[in-house]
Design a binder for this molecule. Sequence first.
Ligand code: KIV
Length: 274
Amino acid sequence: MSTMTNTRSKAFTINDFKTRKHSKTPISMITCYDYAFARIVDETDIDVILVGDSLGNVVAGYETTIPVTVDQMIYHAEIVRRGAPSKFVVIDMPFMSYHVSVEDSLRNAGDMMKKTGVNAVKLEGGREFKSVVEALTAASIPVMGHLGLTPQSVHKLGGYSVQGREEEKRKRLIEDALILQDAGIFSLVLEKVPASLAQEISEKLAIPTIGIGAGNGCDGQVLVINDLLGLDQGFHPKFVKKYADLFTVAKEAISTYDREVKERSFPSKEHSYE
Ligand code: KIV
């Protein structure tokens, strides 16, 4: 068996998604992109790590997730897997890696699984990706769905606003969720939709929903690690709760170092060799 796979007996597995839905015990998911933070997350009880293509925004500084490539996702997921060998890790399929054909999607998802040792892939979109989801699951690649605000479609959606407020769009999202479930997804991310819609979808599905900006009626929650740690002072969407202010902590530490270098108080004897 590959040493890259998750073999610890107490590790969260794909079966736990179902178990948690039945027991109504929420699933906690967090994004992660590098070794240092993966090691921290690995020491917590967080159930699932998502190597999200949000790395395009928070790591690379792109305006959107559209430029993110399969190779960039593989690079980060392989690092995260090394830092968190015991976690259930999901990797995002980036823009245009599952849009061209079923064969191309299989090749990209297969590559991402083989080269990183993650447990599953996630892809954005509804009924238009039914055949892709069916092909991936038939090839033993577990697929997490993603509906509502799907950032890879920002130009089609015309921005990052709440999705599914209008009756027709609400109905379509519910239908898409059921179609994806029939196609074989094991879980579904619902991003930036009204709480009542997320609750209705969660009640209709046999698989768990994971919400982000989707209220408290989902079967789990996900947040971007940089957002919950307060690493970006310019990003304040309503759905983000800042559990720390690491921007300020880091800025103060770096400024203190800068001052001490300039005052020649660092390095002191304590940090020097005889
Ligand atoms: O890329 C990402 O981080 C995501 C989450 C916001 C769900 O898709």
